[in-house]
Design a protein around this ligand. Structure first.
Ligand code: 5GP
Length: 203
């Protein structure tokens, strides 16, 4: 019998460099070995985002229909848009021996953990609050109001980070990538820090 893959649930404040990290790690380990669970969202695509690769971009009506038909393992609203993860596809990929990476917010992560208690939970964080603010402002795709809301949400997410098993701090891209590769391939990595991390983060 084929060995089941590992489910890796990743959360990170918006602007942590999470997407680039996930892409780089999948490239290194093989996109055929580490699958990415493509979420559905009602948010419009950002420049460079590709339908079916980054997200499935759907209308609110389509999203509501999927919720009503029970197609999502979990779903949530953030920044005025809805985001949802389809469950059947994940279960099938794990059965086929693929490792599966899900990128969800902390509520989504806690809901996935209820359905898949064996999931490996990873929180990716920028080194500190000032750098997060800088990165969000430099991204230039979000309005000042959206940056403000994303920073507020980051504070809430950091407060909930102790529910994750591992903490990857994205201060050095190559180091963070190496840590994430290790977590996916061995299930081991830098452990979550407690109150120290919050103190260090907010300075
Ligand atoms: P962004 O708009 O920056 O791509 O994502 C905003 C937030 O939505 C991020 O925290 C991201 O992890 C989260 N997100 C993306 N897909 C899903 C999903 O399927 N479910 C949940 N709960 N959150 C998601």
């Amino acid at each position: 019998m084929k060995e089941k893959g590992r489910l890796i649930v990743i959360s990170a404040p918006s602007g942590s460099g999470k997407s680039s990290l996930i892409n780089a790690v999948r490239k290194e380990l093989g996109e055929d070995k580490v699958a990415y669970s493509v979420s559905h969202t009602t948010r419009p695509p950002r420049p460079g985002e590709i339908e079916g690769k980054d997200y499935h971009f759907v209308s609110q009506e389509e999203f509501d229909r999927m919720v009503a038909e029970g197609e999502f393992l979990e779903w949530n609203s953030a920044f005025g848009s809805s985001y949802g993860t389809s469950g059947t596809l994940i279960a099938k990929m794990l059965e086929n021996g693929l490792h599966v990476v899900c990128d969800v917010d902390v509520l989504g992560a806690s809901n996935i953990k209820k359905r898949f208690p064996e999931a490996v939970m990873v929180f990716i964080a920028p080194p500190d609050f000032a750098i997060l603010k800088e990165r969000l402002m430099a991204r230039n795709t979000d309005s000042p109001e959206s940056v403000r809301r994303r920073l507020e949400r980051a504070e809430e997410e950091i407060a909930q980070s102790p529910m994750f098993h591992f903490l990857v701090i994205n201060d050095d891209f190559h180091k963070a990538k190496k840590e994430l590769v290790e977590i996916i391939t061995t299930g081991k990595g830098p452990p979550m820090k407690g109150a120290d991390f919050r103190r260090e983060f907010f300075g």
